[in-house]
Design a protein around this ligand. Structure first.
Ligand SMILES: NC(=O)c1ccc[n+]([C@@H]2O[C@H](COP(=O)([O-])OP(=O)(O)OC[C@H]3O[C@@H](n4cnc5c(N)ncnc54)[C@H](OP(=O)(O)O)[C@@H]3O)[C@@H](O)[C@H]2O)c1
Length: 323
């Protein structure tokens, strides 16, 4: 598969390092708004072609899959550009700024018959299935509550602090806590309660979110772009509990009984960076003629965006182009 990268920023570099180690993927082309940046990136990571505009990348007939690695504010526009040119797309999280944009993009993809999927890597990693199996084994009894926290000190990063780039904690890091809750407890949510600390530019610096499910289960989620944290996820049952080390790239799962003794441990398999799984999922989907990846179906992508719209309405975060 010939892969193209749109936007030569930070995470594009991680993806480039990943696919360099995947013999089944060709590092075909990178596009940047600056030709010099594209050329430097192509040189560093061994891409065959460097383009000084995104239009050139989407017009390259050889490209099988484009990884969109721009800020959240621009995913909508850049995905539409790819789809209009009949390209399959893997787009970084958060998928778009809001659910309306997500629905429009996915409708367009359906009409064009191309694959579109969200690069929320935690959905594609093997430890996700391990966690499912541990839960299904009944080892912690009935799970009633979960907790997830993800924070990094990121206030020096422009895409986090800039309203026009759809910055803030929610779309960048809070999205992982919401996906964690969704993967464990599903989506039958009865009530969403959110509160936030806003920056002086009206973005959410920190979010606290409580989800109450139809059957009475509860998820308590936290993220903060001003501080670091232990990145932990925990699922509490009536016979024990599960601790997930690093909900952003699972580093291991431990199970405890009610006496707080560890009764099982699961180690993360060797990986390149963890991004290889979403690329492999795209390859499988393309080979099977699918237009979405079962690991992150379109309905889930839309649900996540709707949930974040709901949370933003509660905390009063509106991006400039939504006003
Ligand atoms: N999966 C993960 O673990 C993970 C981690 C971090 C970030 N991300 C996601 O990846 C995406 C990009 O994050 P990043 O950290 O790579 O950001 P970044 O370093 O700022 O890179 C974004 C790139 O987007 C391009 N771009 C196009 N229009 C832009 C504009 N108006 N302003 C700024 N940049 C623009 C730029 O590339 P050119 O100038 O080369 O065109 C820029 O280098 C976000 O959606 C973020 O949530 C994912």
């Amino acid at each position: 598969m010939k892969m193209g990268i749109l936007g030569a920023g930070n995470i594009a570099g991680t993806m480039a390092k990943t696919i360099r180690e995947m013999p089944q993927v060709q590092s075909w082309a990178v596009a940047s708004r600056s030709l010099e940046r594209a050329q430097a990136f192509a040189g560093e990571y061994g891409f065959a072609h460097a383009y000084g505009s995104y239009e050139e990348l989407v017009s390259d007939p050889e490209v099988d899959l484009i990884y969109v690695a721009t800020p959240h504010s621009h995913h909508y526009e850049h995905m539409k550009l790819c789809i209009a040119h009949g390209k399959n797309v893997l787009t970084e999280k958060s998928f778009t700024q809001n659910a309306a944009q997500a629905k429009e993009v996915l409708k367009m993809a359906e009409a064009k018959g191309v694959l579109v999927t969200e690069a929320i890597w935690t959905r594609y990693i093997p430890m996700r299935r391990t966690l499912d199996e541990v839960l299904e084994s009944g080892i912690i009894g009935t799970p009633h509550s979960l907790y997830a926290t993800l924070s990094y000190p990121l206030t020096h990063v422009k895409r986090m602090t800039e309203p026009a780039l759809a910055g803030g904690a929610l779309l960048d890091i809070g999205v992982y806590t919401l996906n964690f809750a969704s993967m464990v407890f599903g989506d039958s949510i009865r009530e969403v309660k959110a509160s936030a600390v806003l920056t002086d530019r009206g973005l959410d610096a920190a979010d606290s979110i409580t989800l109450i499910y139809e059957d009475g289960r509860m998820a308590v989620l936290h993220s903060d772009m001003r501080a670091g944290c232990n990145r932990e996820g925990a699922i509490y049952g009536d016979k024990g509990y599960i601790m997930v080390r690093n909900i952003n790239n699972c580093e291991g799962i431990c199970v405890y009984n009610l006496e707080h003794q560890m009764i099982a441990e699961y180690k993360t398999p060797e990986q390149i960076t963890g991004y290889e799984y979403e690329v492999e999922a795209c390859m499988r989907a393309l080979e099977n003629g699918k237009k979405e990846c079962p690991e992150m179906p379109h309905t889930e992508t839309i649900r996540m965006m709707e949930l974040m719209d709901n949370i933003r309405a509660q905390i009063g975060v509106v991006y400039p182009n939504e006003k």
